[in-house]
Ligand binder design. Structure first.
Ligand code: DON
Length: 580
């Protein structure tokens, strides 16, 4: 990797200017956190500390991930959960990789048209508000399977910090207050939620202590009885009771037959780096691999971060990959996903051949024949002293899910059913226009974008990364990897750098404020791109990452870095990267 790069710029006057640019083009971020023995990066600082304590007491990265999963359900209720679902990507110190899918499944009584009215039109809010929007939760089964198969510590040890935080409470800091701001109105409408998350109907104030007695009871039941206490015991009964009383269709049988799937992760390589990420029922790993395979054919490092040329190549790769996502992918038990094709270098070459070098592509032209937005998720990244690495993304889908707590359980429930295609061609919460492969069927999981990813190089862990952000999860994760590998940024810079996104439909590029300069924008508009600024920072994700051996490539290659670097997105309000 060159430290300096000679660039030739042609000025309008015809004059050619040679300038020296440093490779580190973005240097406005704080330094990443450092650690020699382990690193935990989560969206809530108390949960990060729980993870570090587990590592310090001899637990491995999976033990820490399980304790963090339970702790975030207490201290980060906007997305941390027992009533939702998610994915865990694991890379063990010997290089073995695996993937746990504990995403929600559609209830047995669900039907393909359950969110449509008599005329076949979507009923507004039906798939996002109220108990009909709830998928069968998987988080507890997921955490328990992770612990049993890959952890080393007893269940009680890993649940104890969450139980303490719920029963004794924790003091709300500014970041916590900020993460509640979006949910207060919704939570106020549900008496069971309002009792816990508001005081006399008013938002909790800075410095207040949030105590969650019922949640502590539910966690204690899991600590004593394991996943069965949730799926076969009183907790399931409480959720089914609340669902039945409020127009939902969840039945005890849905809980009794919930199963975690252990799946082969999606694998691909990018410029010599090995990427391991989420397979279907997530689209994340496949779409990241497809985009990276296309971009590998271009000198992205030379073209530079944020240049019109780099951005247009990224957008075209995203456009093609999101068509595949939205039309072909679904739950692997129901759909034959073209995994081999989407990860193949030959397919990427076909896509490159279809990219017009001068003009913007047109999404409508890619539509297959017959093909008929505040939110929250959370990602955390962990590595231990032996190099075991874990990436977890889990969610209630929308911020606080449906915003309702099953009375007596303390548990907020998800609205993950909205990730299904409610009607081909009708956009969901994230504007995704999807097809039949993702239609609702009993026991099926809705297609996800969550992309917990682990990158390795020469057989050693290199980067652990992921983010919330709905459909943007994919491009946020992708851009963090590119910013490190192609643009030489340090980990914090790579995560903080302003982002762009395209998802096939709607056919427009969205960018964060300041992501592209006015002259870059003029070049892109001149080629036919429609570019819009989305100033809503909450949907641009709160990525959480770890880099091994240096804060950036230069330091890794020089071999003079600390062992681990961690960075929580500067967009995050309450998170922390803690190393030790
Ligand atoms: O699984 C998915 O793709 C979505 N349910 C994720 C939701 C999300 O990231 C919301 N956070 N910003």
């Amino acid at each position: 990797m060159q430290q300096f790069e000679l660039r030739r710029l042609s000025l309008a006057a015809g004059l050619t200017l040679s300038i020296v640019l440093t490779q580190n083009v973005f240097a406005a971020s704080p330094a990443p956190a450092e650690g020699q023995n382990g690193m935990v990066v989560t969206a809530q600082h108390l949960a990060s500390q729980v993870g570090v304590d587990v590592l310090k007491s001899g637990g491995n990265a999976v033990d820490a991930a399980v304790a963090v999963g339970y702790a975030l359900a207490v201290v980060y209720p906007t997305a941390g959960n027992l009533g939702g679902g998610g994915f865990m990507t694991i890379r063990l110190k010997d290089g073995t990789t695996t993937f746990l899918d504990f995403r929600e499944r559609a209830p047995l009584a669900s039907t393909k048209t359950m969110y449509l009215d008599a005329n076949g039109n979507p009923v507004p809010g039906a798939s996002t508000e109220g108990y009909l929007a709830v998928g069968v939760p998987g988080s507890v089964a997921g955490m328990e399977m992770a612990r049993e198969k890959y952890g080393t510590k007893p269940r009680e040890d890993l649940l104890a910090p969450a139980i303490r935080l719920a029963s004794e409470g924790f003091v709300l800091e500014p970041g916590d207050i900020a993460s509640f701001a979006d949910g207060n109105d919704m939570l106020a409408q549900d008496p069971a939620a309002a009792k816990i998350f508001l005081k006399d109907g008013k938002p909790l104030e800075l410095g207040a202590t949030l105590v969650q007695t019922d949640l502590a009871k539910s966690l204690t039941a899991i600590s004593r009885g394991g996943a069965d206490a949730f799926y076969k015991g009183e907790t399931a009964d409480l959720i089914v009771k609340a669902s039945t009383a409020n127009g939902g269709i969840l039945a005890k049988e849905d809980f009794e037959q919930y199963k975690v799937r252990e799946l082969e992760p999606v694998k691909c390589s990018y410029r010599g780096y090995d990427i391991v990420s989420s397979p279907p029922p997530s689209s994340g790993g496949l779409v990241i691999c497809e985009i990276l395979n296309v971009l590998e054919g271009y000198p992205i490092s030379y073209l530079g971060y944020g240049s019109a040329e780099t951005v247009r190549l990224m957008v075209e790769a995203m456009r093609h990959a999101f068509v595949d996502r939205n039309t072909a992918l679904g739950d692997p038990d129901f759909v034959d996903n073209p995994v081999g094709k989407l990860t193949s270098k030959a397919y990427a070459e076909e896509i490159r051949a279809r990219i017009d070098p001068y003009r913007a592509g047109v999404s409508e032209e890619l539509k297959p024949a017959g093909f008929g937005e505040s939110t929250e998720t959370t990602h955390y990244s962990i590595i231990d002293k032996d190099g075991n690495a874990v990436a977890v993304t889990y969610t209630l889908n929308g911020s606080f899910g449906i915003g309702k707590v099953a009375e007596g359980s303390g548990i907020l429930l998800n609205n993950e059913m909205d990730d299904f295609t409610m009607k081909p061609g009708v956009p969901n919460l994230y504007g995704l226009v999807q097809g039949e492969a993702n239609a609702i069927e009993p026991r099926k999981s809705p297609l996800s974008s969550m992309s917990p990813t682990i990158v390795s190089k020469d057989g050693q862990p290199f980067m652990v990364i992921g983010s919330p952000g709905g459909s943007r999860i994919i491009t946020i994760t992708l851009e963090a990897i590119m910013n490190v590998v192609d643009h030489g940024m340090d980990l914090q810079e790579a995560i903080d750098a302003p982002r762009i996104h395209h998802q096939w439909l709607p056919d427009r590029v969205v960018m964060e404020p300041h992501a592209l300069s006015p002259d870059t924008l003029r070049l892109l508009t001149g080629m036919g791109y429609k570019v819009g600024i989305d100033p809503d920072w909450s949907i641009w994700g709160e990525a959480a990452g770890i880099l091994v051996g240096g804060k950036n490539l230069k330091q890794i290659e020089a071999g003079d870095g600390a062992r681990y670097y961690g960075a929580i997105d500067s967009r995050a309000t309450a998170g922390a990267a803690i190393g030790y």
